[in-house]
Design a protein around this ligand. Structure first.
Ligand code: ADP
Length: 742
């Protein structure tokens, strides 16, 4: 029950009680008054009865004086008393009212009185007419005395009766008086209790309200303090669009631009944009009032956020970030709109700097990319020549010693190439430029090509190498086969390198499958030297080898596992190792491949001699600026009796293509005068030729292949040129349309 209801209830009960008691007291008082009037009546009756007796005495004494003296002056009191006595009687008759007993007595008194008065009148008449003696004789009959005695007895009895009832009435009055007093006292007490009770509740309720109000005020003040402490401006509008609250930050911010004392609280929201010069960021356009975040919030929009608002203040423009939202009552009606705004000059400045820093970083990355591309190009070009020419040399007639020297040059070149590739891979991964292709992968094919690749080394070291995969491995999955081969080569290469006897087992198993992916775990077991426990955690770190003498004894740079790990993790997989020194090691890694929808076609990597022979009938244009490369490729072609025309740069190539018809173009990318991309563009767009163009890139950076294809080339080859790949791509190019061609 609420205190208000309690007070009303107490008040109603009090009023009801007071009414009851009041009614009762009123009745009692009435009764008392009636009783009191009866007492007064009895007293008057008694007094009237006494007066009756006195007047009779007056009559008698007048009669006596006249009888004795015969003087008529005695008849004056007699006559006055006679008149009074009748009035006395009629008054008494009226006063006794309904009292039967007294009425009877009064009737008796009246008849005696009448008899007595008649007798006196007769006596007076006799004295008047007959003189003293007959009158004396009449007196001596004693009849008058007897009547008088009878009158006295009756009046005495009448008075006694009245006195008796007076006594009774006095008692009744006393009792009524006591009761009335008691009731009045009780009523007053009750009224006092009720009033005190109501007052108590009223004061209690008042105190409670006062306390609540105080607490409300305190909490309001506290919230205001919080709002004041905020490092942002807070501005609240009521539903009529009138300012309801603004903290000092808001006032300070909005007040800075004004010469007058006006603050935001005095300004009509409609005039706000002009009054405070709120403008669209970077323009002199006044911010439309209805687009102001607080106005949008007032229309019911929740969580409005803008940062295209500026204020002109103190000769400068202050950029603001404003968040506004509407505040609704329990029925969902908009009561207020609140806007919070902050000066974002500093963060704009920071953003600007960040933007600049980002640009610088991007430039640095671009520089790094360009540097890597250049380095790659510069290193690969001579490497191309070294590896290419050693291959050509090995095909010729050489003595055993010469063959051995050339072979050494070749393997050193290949090692150098591997190191360069590793460093390039790391750079690519570091700068986020490593891209993964999604092609159909057959684990079986990957294993057989690895087997073929590693067979010479395995034979040389007299080891065994077994590849196995579980039956649940899908025929094809989708992923990057080159990167998978690279990872496996790195791990397998180590296993072979660090194993002197025994063998290596490779096992692939499908461990998890979802709608889109299939996770394959590869395990590579070897019976090699093993890795000491304290070194095992560091072998995946860059340039870290288990032992300091590893390079000396086994070669390597400490990059292979680090690259493998990063390649795996970039594809969403993991790698781990367990090893025992002198027993062997197990490297396990997992890659979640995408499910392949393509049917894997087994393709042959090599093309037949007869197919190459057919190529000799084709007219070939070799576009290459580097004379060593030209020499190498022409040397390679001469092996197959293939003739090729040469152009030193793109412009010359275009001129040659205009002058003569060719079947294929081998196009270098980086060339003076006109590079390979530009030359391709001219061939495709100006010459409108769809001649197959194979790019020869010395830049191994990510996206190079895409760049070549989108420039209109049919295929790309990375330097140093692998002759098998060259002829394969060559053949394929005749069947394939260029990507961007007409
Ligand atoms: P490295 O070029 O030296 O092989 P890796 O990053 O591939 O660089 O390997 C790091 C080191 O991990 C190796 O130098 C070797 O000490 C150790 N290691 C890797 N694989 C094996 C293995 N199968 N058996 C023994 N040690 C290994």
């Amino acid at each position: 029950m609420t205190s208000r209801v309690r007070i009303i209830l107490v008040f109603c009960v009090s009023i009801l009680l007071l009414l009851i008691v009041g009614f009762y007291s009123f009745n009692l008082t009435n009764k008392y008054r009636t009783s009191y009037e009866w007492v007064r009546n009895s007293e008057q009756i008694i007094s009237e009865a006494h007066e009756l007796s006195i007047n009779l005495n007056e009559i008698e004494s007048g009669q006596r004086g006249f009888v004795i003296t015969g003087n008529a002056k005695y008849l004056i009191p007699y006559r006055e008393a006679s008149a009074k006595i009748m009035k006395n009687y009629s008054d008494l008759k009226r006063m006794v009212g309904e009292n039967k007993q007294q009425q009877i007595l009064l009737d008796s008194i009246h008849s005696v009185l009448v008899s007595k008065v008649d007798w006196i009148n007769l006596l007076i008449e006799i004295r008047k007419t007959k003189g003293f003696r007959p009158a004396e004789k009449m007196v001596l009959t004693n009849h008058g005395e007897e009547l008088k005695q009878e009158f006295r007895v009756l009046v005495g009895r009448f008075i006694d009766n009245e006195k008796a009832s007076l006594n009774q009435r006095i008692h009744a009055v006393q009792a009524d008086y006591d009761r009335a007093i008691f009731t009045i006292v009780i009523t007053i007490l009750l009224a006092l209790i009720m009033v005190s009770w109501t007052l108590y509740f009223f004061v209690k309720d008042y105190n409670r309200r006062l306390h609540s109000k105080k607490r409300l005020l305190e909490s309001e003040n506290r919230i205001k303090k919080f709002l004041e402490a905020l490092p942002v401006g807070v501005f609240v509008l009521n539903h009529e669009g009138k300012s309801y609250y603004s903290n000092s930050k808001a006032n300070a911010l909005f007040g800075t631009d004004l010469s007058s004392e006006t603050t935001i609280e005095d300004v009509d929201i409609q005039d706000l944009p002009e009054a405070f010069q709120t403008m669209k960021a970077g323009t002199d356009e006044v911010y439309p009032t209805m687009e102001l975040p607080i106005m949008r919030a007032l229309q019911g929009e929740k969580n409005v956020c803008v940062d295209d608002l500026e204020m002109k203040g103190g000769g400068k423009r202050i950029p603001l970030r404003v968040n506004a939202t509407s505040v609704t009552d329990s029925k969902g009606n908009i009561e207020y709109a609140i806007a919070v705004f902050e000066d974002i000059t500093a963060s704009r400045e920071v953003n600007k700097r960040l933007e600049e820093a980002k640009k610088i970083a991007e430039q640095a990355v671009a520089l790094q990319e360009a540097f890597l591309a250049n380095v790659s190009h510069e290193i690969r070009t001579p490497m191309n020549a070294i590896v290419g020419f050693t291959n050509l040399l090995l095909k010729g007639d050489l003595s055993a010693k010469e063959k051995d020297y050339v072979q050494t040059i070749k393997s050193s070149g290949e090692n150098l190439m591997r190191i360069i590739n590793d460093i390039l891979d790391i750079s690519k991964m570091e700068s986020g430029m490593m891209l993964f292709e999604t092609q159909a992968i057959s684990i079986g094919d990957v294993f057989s090509s690895l087997n073929a690749m590693l067979a010479p080394k395995i034979e040389e070291k007299k080891l065994t190498l077994n590849f196995q995969y579980s039956d649940n491995i899908p025929l094809t999955t989708a992923g990057d086969p080159t990167r998978l081969t690279q990872i496996l080569l790195n791990v397998l290469g180590n296993a072979i390198k660090f194993t002197a006897k025994g063998g290596i087992e490779v096992f692939a198993d499908l461990v998890r499958e979802s709608k889109e992916t299939c996770e394959i775990v590869f395990s590579i077991y070897d019976t090699g030297i093993g890795i000491p426990e304290d070194k095992i955690d560091h072998i995946f770190e860059r340039f870290k080898q288990a032992e300091s003498h590893t390079t000396r004894n086994y070669g390597g740079t400490g990059l292979g596992l680090s690259i493998a790990k990063q390649l795996i993790e970039l594809q969403g997989g993991w790698i781990k190792v367990s090893s025992e020194v002198g027993v062997g090691s197990v490297f396990t890694f997992s890659i979640p491949f995408k499910k392949s929808v393509m049917v894997h076609e087994k393709k042959s990597n090599s093309i037949s001699e007869s197919e190459i022979r057919k190529l000799s009938e084709k007219r070939i244009l070799l576009v290459e600026d580097n004379p060593i490369n030209v020499k190498f490729i022409q040397g390679l072609f001469s092996e197959y009796n293939i003739d090729a025309d040469h152009a030193a740069h793109g412009r010359e190539a275009v001129a040659k293509l205009k002058a003569k018809s060719y079947d294929i173009v081998l196009m270098d990318i980086e060339m003076p005068e006109m590079n390979g991309y530009k030359a391709t563009g001219v061939i495709r767009n100006e010459l409108k030729s769809n001649i197959p163009i194979i790019a020869m890139t010395a830049n191994a950076m990510a996206g190079e292949s895409e760049k070549c294809l989108s420039a209109g080339m049919n295929a790309d080859l990375s330097k140093p040129i692998n002759e098998d790949l060259l002829f394969e791509k060559w053949c394929v190019s005749w069947q394939k349309k260029p990507m961007k061609f007409f």
